[in-house]
Write a protein that binds this ligand. Structure first.
Ligand code: FES
Length: 104
């Protein structure tokens, strides 16, 4: 069972259902529609990929879609900004260490 780093929230009339998705083959839980990066962070996963040149860990930096530090492969699509991509049930997220350019 993954850690839960979410802040407790006040009771709401809108109950959200947790959904399962995978990160590097490990099943984790999040809420549908929240950014993938947020769901990963809430599970204690802060390293989304490693730098291809230095192998340093990379994760959320700007959180607003500008830096691309949070990019990963999502459902087979490379270089997806996880801070900008809503989570869906069954989404498969994989670390990607470098840019993947089709045909290069
Ligand atoms: S954290 Fe900067 S683009 Fe996602």
């Amino acid at each position: 069972m993954a850690a839960n780093f979410r802040l407790p929230v006040a009771e709401s009339s809108e109950k959200r259902e947790q959904i399962a998705f995978t990160f590097n083959g490990q099943q984790v839980m999040g809420y549908e529609g929240e950014p993938i990066a947020v769901a990963l962070w809430a599970c204690g996963i802060k390293t989304i990929r490693s730098c291809g040149a230095t192998a340093q860990p990379r994760g959320v930096y700007c959180g607003i879609g500008h830096c691309y530090e949070c990019r990963a492969q999502v459902d087979g699509v490379a270089n997806v900004r996880t801070c900008m991509t809503p989570l869906s049930r069954g989404t498969s997220v994989s670390s990607s260490s470098d840019w993947h350019i089709e045909g290069a």
